[in-house]
Design a protein around this ligand. Sequence first.
Ligand SMILES: Cc1cc2nc3c(=O)[nH]c(=O)nc-3n(C[C@H](O)[C@H](O)[C@H](O)COP(=O)(O)O)c2cc1C
Length: 213
Amino acid sequence: MSLFRLDASILPATSASRSLGDLVEAEWLAAHPDSTVVRRDVAADPVPATAWQDAVTAGFTAEADLSDGQRSATALARGFADELVSADALLFTVPLYNYGVSQHFKTWFDLVYTDPRTSPTGTALRGKPATLVTVLGGNYAPGTPKEGWDHSTAWLQRVLADVWGLDLRVVHRPFTLVGVNPALDEFTDLARQIHAEALSAADEAGRVLAKAS
Ligand SMILES: Cc1cc2nc3c(=O)[nH]c(=O)nc-3n(C[C@H](O)[C@H](O)[C@H](O)COP(=O)(O)O)c2cc1C
């Protein structure tokens, strides 16, 4: 058995998304001891920004005319797709940055989306069990002053669940900056409650992931 885990935090030492991901992973490993975890840290080891256009243009370039960049980008995409296709379960931990999706995750996704198996017409990931952990410094829930400003979570769900067809469970923890940013001090109790719920949700997601894989 194998679990593919992708992390995207740019601050791994203090990462809330990685901590929640660790709980998911621990539950999965408890059910599948002696299994492999394949790790990809897209913040520590970013995908080159030029790889995507090289891989896209390789798709309509004759084999004999391919540049070195196009060949290596296509090979990189193939390797990333291999990691997804060969895993029994998938775990993604992706924070919100600048009101949008992590650039590192987007760059990885765009590239892997050029491989035929994980492309718009690929079906290789359909039904594969997966967990998405996503964390936000603020809180953009309905009724909050900045409702709708989280342009990451819905997109992540769209591409993972609707486009790839993963059997996706989401662990969502807003307000990670409460206790860090004094302007958010009034939300201390609410943030504590949200954190506790996220910890339980991560444990549960790990158990569900383990059972489904
Ligand atoms: C450069 C940067 C930009 C951020 N932008 C936002 C933002 O737009 N909205 C928000 O709610 N939180 C934002 N945050 C806060 C992060 O989402 C929050 O700290 C989260 O916990 C980071 O994930 P991590 O703990 O796994 O590293 C930002 C953090 C950093 C470092």
